[in-house]
Design a protein around this ligand. Structure first.
Ligand code: MRU
Length: 352
């Protein structure tokens, strides 16, 4: 299993995803602020991994607090929650993880726990979030294997793999699950401009696992699907609204449209923590806009002329009508998603 993120000797250690595949180096975050910066600058990225990082960052920050009273510790904790919440706006797993840490902290306070007990509780909660994410990904893989035909040629976009989660992956978890179920698969990895998660990260982890991998540029997906060379598309998600509209890496919507045009099944794979029943539809999902430099430059080399404007939204929304199924650790949700997602989450949709 790839080491995406771990808690080691009171530091949050993560593989630096900005440098892969050229260098496999690790960043050791020794403060909550350092973890927040790592999320923002994409040392670590991918919705579930961002959630795990935020939880560990909160645990680390609280553990380092010099406050001796519960009230002061609570003030420190809630300030750190704000810091984490300001890192990236689209992946709902970030806010889910912060909420879960808040609930744990509140339960400890209600139980009258000491400052040391509260600190230990948050470290344990972050570890649980990490371990549960790996278990969820494995279950997603097991459910997802059922939609993968033998000898499938699967197209994926961005990186929804071990690197984007605590391990195993969501979309790549489906691929790993199919292989574990004895199927043969070949993967086409969209390059995924501008951060190149597909070309750099998906290809890196699949090749490491010995999985047949072909990197394609975004524009090649349409002719491949037209020519009948793709059997299935599986992508991850950053936020799934109550009606099934799904935010994922920019370019996913185009892939979904092309898949519909050519009759290729299009699946989303994501843990329940990515489902946001409080967001009614895709229009209500906040879309992060990142620095134009990601588009104008490759490393230090400028690609575009000075003076050309840049638009760099990091995500787009695929309408639910284009999605054949949403593969979760509790089963596969099918249309109508308003009903199936509420049943999977286990509560009523409250989005107005
Ligand atoms: O900007 P990123 O790299 O964080 O975007 C990641 C994606 O869009 C992934 O597909 C998504 O988070 C799912 S990861 C299991």
């Amino acid at each position: 299993m790839l080491p995406t993120i771990e808690w080691r000797d009171d530091a949050v250690v993560m593989v630096d995803q900005r440098k892969l595949p050229a260098e496999e180096t690790y960043v050791s975050c020794r403060s909550a602020a350092h973890v927040a910066r790592a999320i923002k600058t994409m040392v670590i990225r991918g919705a579930p991994a961002i959630g795990v990082a935020a939880a560990m960052g909160l645990a680390l920050g609280v553990k380092q607090s010099s406050s001796t009273g519960t009230q002061k510790l609570a003030a420190d904790f809630y300030k750190l929650c704000e810091l984490m919440a300001a890192t990236r706006p689209t992946a709902v797993n970030l806010f889910w993880a912060i909420d879960r840490m808040k609930q744990s902290f509140a339960a400890g306070v209600t139980a009258g726990e000491s400052v040391d007990q509260l600190k230990a509780r948050l470290v344990a909660e972050a570890a649980a979030i990490h371990d549960e994410d790996v278990a969820s990904c494995r279950a997603i893989g097991a459910f997802g294997a059922s939609v993968v035909p033998d000898k499938a040629r699967i197209l994926t976009h961005c990186n929804a793999g071990a690197l984007a989660t605590a391990g195993y992956g969501t979309a790549l978890g489906v691929i790993r699950g199919a292989i574990e179920a004895g199927k043969t698969v070949a993967v086409f990895a969209d390059e995924t401009r501008p951060f190149l998660q597909g070309a750099r990260l998906t290809a890196w982890e699949l090749v490491k696992d010995g999985i047949d991998t072909t990197v394609i540029t975004e524009g090649m997906a349409a002719p491949l699907m037209r020519d009948g060379r793709i059997d299935l598309v599986v992508v991850g998600a950053d936020r799934i609204a109550a009606n099934g509209d799904t935010a994922n890496k920019i370019g996913t919507y185009t892939v979904a449209l092309v898949a519909r045009e050519h009759g290729v099944p299009f699946y989303v794979a994501a843990p329940v923590s990515t489902i946001d029943l409080d967001t009614r539809d895709g229009w209500s999902i906040p879309i992060e806009e990142r620095d134009g430099r990601e588009v104008t430059h490759v490393k230090t080399v400028r690609l575009t002329p000075e003076g050309a404007k840049v638009f760099n939204p990091a995500f787009d929304v695929t309408p639910h009508a284009l999605i054949g199924g949403i593969i979760t650790e509790r089963g596969i949700a099918r249309a109508p998603y308003t009903d199936s997602l509420a049943a999977i989450v286990g509560r009523e949709t409250v989005a107005g």
